[in-house]
Design a protein around this ligand. Structure first.
Ligand code: GAF
Length: 386
């Protein structure tokens, strides 16, 4: 059996550095219940933290020097003040760590030199925010080791800056907010404009429900370029409509807004974002009223909107959603940025196995590589373990 992720981080620290870590910090992956591609439109999202985590075992070291071992590559990456002075000098997975150091320094913090060992249960490239989990675990370790003044609510922006400006991915604020600010048993209702949050009870057990996460195992096809293109198209549409962001187009003003746009593709993009924001608000209202079962149709409508209007799904993902719904899921949708990644399905807890089997069978019929699956409950955000 694979050792617990925290034990693996500690073992990696001992064997790499020949000493004990000063502490261990964990950050989870996330699934987004609903609200896709709304974050960079200043809109609403509703993610929750997964029980799958990334752990950084760490200790300080003298000088401006950072050394990081990762169990995933088995490599150790080392860099100093020169390499973090300028984005792009550290590449690969080390860029997420160097990016955090860079962003902290850029914000004026005296970042302590450190040795780190990273272990993770968050699968890479599955759209479950393995990169945000890595950033958040490293950030939490450096903040504590250096006694830095950086309140939790300000940490997501800094980790996002690492990803945007150092790594070079133009992502929004959802993933870092989710992995840092989520609470166990809750989904995080985040207003991406002012970063205000409300922790919404998401008690699956009490409702006899489960969330099944299906890893489509679909290779990411042009995900980076397509993500940037969607973002650019939304920003251009907001400009044409004369609003700061698409969040400022109210659901009841959608028809008027669409009538002012000539391009059919742009109209579809706008329709997705505006209707998706409203679906987040409707989902939150149902969860506040304790009606967890009733959110299923909103999840499924969100998927249809991503498939038909935002055009970010792939055949493996659509197959998983259709098979899950045919097998009795109450709702199902792709979660994350798209072009591969995972599907989440809301199911009666005693149907989770049957729904997973149905997806596996549908994949076999279509000749797709077998999907992965796991049932999850909302877990806590980033935290110091010891
Ligand atoms: C990716 C991004 F990192 C997020 O900021 C968000 O835009 C998401 O795709 C789509 O909702 O996870």
């Amino acid at each position: 059996m694979t050792a617990d992720v925290a034990a693996r981080a500690t073992a990696g620290f001992r064997s790499t550095y020949g000493e004990e870590p000063a502490g261990r910090w964990a950050a989870p992956g996330r699934a987004n219940l609903i609200g896709e591609h709304t974050d960079y439109n200043d809109g609403f999202v509703l993610p929750f933290a997964l029980p799958l985590r990334t752990v950084a075992a760490a200790a300080g070291q003298p000088g401006e020097r950072w050394t990081v071992w990762s169990e995933l590559s088995g490599e150790t990456v080392a860099f100093g003040a020169d390499e973090v002075a300028e984005p792009g000098r550290v590449a690969g997975w080390g860029a997420y760590v160097a990016g955090v150091v860079w962003a902290l320094r850029e914000a004026g913090h005296a970042v302590p030199g450190a040795r780190l060992a990273i272990a993770s249960d968050v699968p890479l490239g599955s759209g479950l925010s393995s990169s945000a989990a890595l950033e958040a675990a490293v950030l939490a370790a450096l903040v504590d080791l250096g006694g830095l003044e950086l309140p939790r609510e300000r940490q997501p922006r800094l980790a996002q800056r690492a990803e945007n400006a150092y790594v070079g991915a133009p992502t929004g604020i959802m993933d870092q907010s989710a992995v840092i600010r989520c609470r166990a048993g809750h989904a995080l209702f985040l207003d991406c404009r002012d970063e205000s949050v409300e922790h919404i009870p998401f008690d699956l057990d009490a409702a006899g429900l489960a969330v099944l996460v299906v890893d489509s195992r679909a290779p990411h096809r042009h995900a980076d370029g397509e993500y940037a293109a969607r973002r650019a198209s939304c920003e251009a549409a907001a400009g044409l409509l004369g609003v700061p962001a698409l969040r400022d187009v109210p659901a009841d003003g959608l028809a008027d807004a669409l009538a002012r746009l000539d391009d059919a593709e742009t109209r579809r993009r706008v329709r997705h974002v505006v209707t998706e924001d409203q679906r987040v608000l409707d989902t939150v209202a149902l969860l506040r009223a304790g009606k967890v079962r009733d959110i299923g149709p909103l999840l499924t409508a969100s998927h249809a909107s991503m498939r038909d209007d935002f055009e970010i799904t792939v055949p493996e993902i659509d197959t998983a959603v259709e098979a899950a719904l045919s097998a009795g899921a109450l709702g199902a949708r792709m979660t994350g940025g798209g072009f591969g990644g995972c599907v989440l399905a809301l199911v009666d807890a005693d149907r989770a196995g049957a729904v997973a089997d149905a997806v596996t069978a549908a994949y076999a019929e279509r000749g797709f590589a077998a999907p992965g699956h796991v049932t999850v409950l909302p877990g806590p955000g980033a935290t110091r373990l010891d």
